[in-house]
Write a protein that binds this ligand. Structure first.
Ligand code: SF4
Ligand code: SF4
Length: 533
């Protein structure tokens, strides 16, 4: 095959790793954050610059800032100090990163990615490093090192696949998070992370959808659903005293294919008579603070509990998003809780008490829906999805960060007749990342996205060739935004959809008109069969 992207150079470059500088080749890095966004978020050193510039216009005392920042984080995060100290360089993680597999660049091995920071840690924070320098694996912090940190910490999607294989449990994603956080202290950040974050500050969501547009979009969705099902659904926004606050990623309101997932939620909520509300303030489940700094993550997350309190709901239901769930599951309660004003979530339809959400008070839509199906509360006609041969991509954060493995599969097996798994070592906890998470899904970064997504796409190709799979289902907004591009490139002919889109297709609603189209407006498989019968 002549595709240049699979000409992967595996032999390491000649010379010492710490002397090899990154090449800022077009297609392998993301644009810097604009001065306006940096300023808007109150972050340091707003200015015009690009990573391809020779001069990054760092503050005069950049080195002092970084070392002080590192010291503070070593004192604050015990895990960070531990991860700096305990790696035995066993190499178990080396070939587990999709960026290494897709690029062959040794600095994309998780162990070496961490070493970029660890070597500086040794030099300034360990006795052996101070005394023996490079003999102890230590190195000076220079501007070239800063550039290297930027290049490789923005070639890590914080997916945590490597941590599954590390016998010591070292989480390289957390090292990347600290690396990015340090870079933020000197104004080195990317626009694809800070632009959505700034939008969140202004209007409550990443995409900058203002309250009146949110209302229009949801009403438009109600119109479309009515056309498909003959049923008018009510969509409450900011309803005080509702039982449940529903928070989805903002892409669901109008991006494709996310929007069809939204139609699925709306049909479901109507069918079960859920007393819920959207919010124009907490109109974003996603949190790009996770890809920038703990502080920004906390600030962006705060609105969820605040809005739940203002509206007086009992608990929160969250939509199909990836990193939103890592924030909720691993950080929210510590950062902005405890949310004692909320109740331990109980499904009003089945009576199931979600003990797993006892601390956060937030239930994932996949576990909520799986419970409804399990209790026999939904009438489903899976033949409506018969034109689809479906596989499931475990989005990194719901699978590895919260263990949500079986519920989406349970929904798919009930909503579709043709479901096929990708190979075991590419799914569940071992799932391969889409290659574009953690704010790296930009067009200018396309080569790295396609390289990083190569292992995922290869597994999809396998089920396409063996079972004729033509649809990849997932529960992450970033996946829905970036996997279509990836699959168009590596596995043309495979579409991407949310799990609740397929559920919405199969859901037989009380009083619905005979359905002839799926939620995308395409002919339903069962309707087509009836026509040709
Ligand atoms: S967290 Fe994911 S992207 Fe980052 S080094 Fe580990 S495997 Fe690679
Ligand atoms: S698997 Fe863990 S201990 Fe082994 S090299 Fe990787 S990070 Fe270090």
């Amino acid at each position: 095959m002549s595709n240049p992207l699979i000409q992967i150079e595996l032999p390491p470059p000649a010379g010492d790793w710490d002397k090899t500088k990154p090449e800022f080749r077009k297609g392998t890095w993301c644009y810097s954050a604009t001065a306006q966004n940096v300023d808007y978020l109150g972050m340091p050193n707003p200015r015009q610059w690009q990573p391809s510039d020779a001069d990054w216009k760092l503050p005069e005392n950049w080195k002092e800032i970084l070392l002080q920042g590192m010291k503070e984080r070593l004192d604050k995060f015990r895990s960070f100090r531990l991860f700096m100290d305990i790696c035995v360089r066993c190499g178990a993680c080396a070939d587990k990163c999709h960026f290494y597999l897709g690029s062959g660049d040794p600095k994309n091995m998780p162990v070496l990615r961490a070493e970029l920071l660890r070597s500086v840690y040794r030099r300034y924070f360990t006795l052996s490093g101070r005394i023996f320098g490079s003999l102890a694996g230590a190195r000076e912090l220079t501007e070239d090192v800063v550039k290297e940190w930027f290049y490789y910490f923005y070639q890590c999607t914080e997916c945590r696949r490597c941590s599954v294989f590390c016998p010591y449990g070292i989480d390289t994603a957390e090292i990347t998070m600290i690396g990015r956080e340090l870079l933020n202290l000197i104004g080195v950040n990317i626009n694809w992370v800070l632009d959505p974050a700034a939008n969140c500050y202004r209007v409550g969501n990443h995409l900058g959808i203002q309250p009146h547009s949110l209302k229009d979009n949801l009403e438009f969705a109600a119109d479309e659903l009515e056309e498909i099902t003959g049923i008018r659904v009510d969509i409450p926004i900011g309803k005080k005293g509702a039982e449940v606050l529903f928070v989805a990623p903002s892409a669901d309101y109008f991006a494709t294919p996310h929007y069809y997932t939204l139609l699925g939620y709306l049909a479901l909520f109507h069918e079960i008579g859920l007393d819920y509300t959207f919010s124009a303030y907490a109109s974003e489940g996603g949190n790009f603070g996770l890809f920038s700094s703990h502080d920004l993550m906390k600030r962006l997350n705060a609105k969820m509990y605040e809005e739940a309190k203002r509206l007086g709901v009992k608990w929160i239901l969250g939509g199909e998003c990836g990193h939103m769930w890592r924030v909720i599951h691993q950080y929210m309660n510590t950062m902005n809780g405890p949310a004692d004003f909320l109740e331990v979530p109980v499904s009003p339809i089945t009576g199931t008490r979600f003990e797993n959400a006892r601390s956060t008070k937030v239930v994932h839509i996949a576990e909520f829906t799986a419970d409804l199906i399990h209790a026999g509360k939904l009438k489903l006609d899976p033949s409506r999805n018969d034109s689809l041969k479906v596989t499931y991509h475990d989005s990194c954060n719901p699978s590895r960060a919260m263990g949500l493995l079986e519920e989406p599969r349970y929904i798919l097996r009930n909503a579709c007749n043709h479901f096929y798994e990708m190979p075991e070592n590419t799914i569940r906890e071992q799932t391969f990342c889409c290659g574009s998470g953690s704010g790296l899904g930009t067009d200018e970064n396309m080569e790295m996205r396609l390289r990083g997504g190569f292992p995922r796409a290869t597994a999809v190709r396998h089920v396409k060739e063996t079972h004729g799979v033509n649809l990849l289902a997932c529960i992450c907004a970033i996946d829905k935004a970036t996997l279509p591009t990836l699959l168009d490139y590596w596995v043309p002919g495979v579409e991407v959809a949310g799990v609740h889109e397929l559920l919405g297709n199969a859901l037989v609603m009380k009083g619905e008109k005979p359905r002839t189209t799926d939620l995308r407006g395409g002919p339903l498989a069962s309707a087509e069969e009836a026509i040709h019968a």
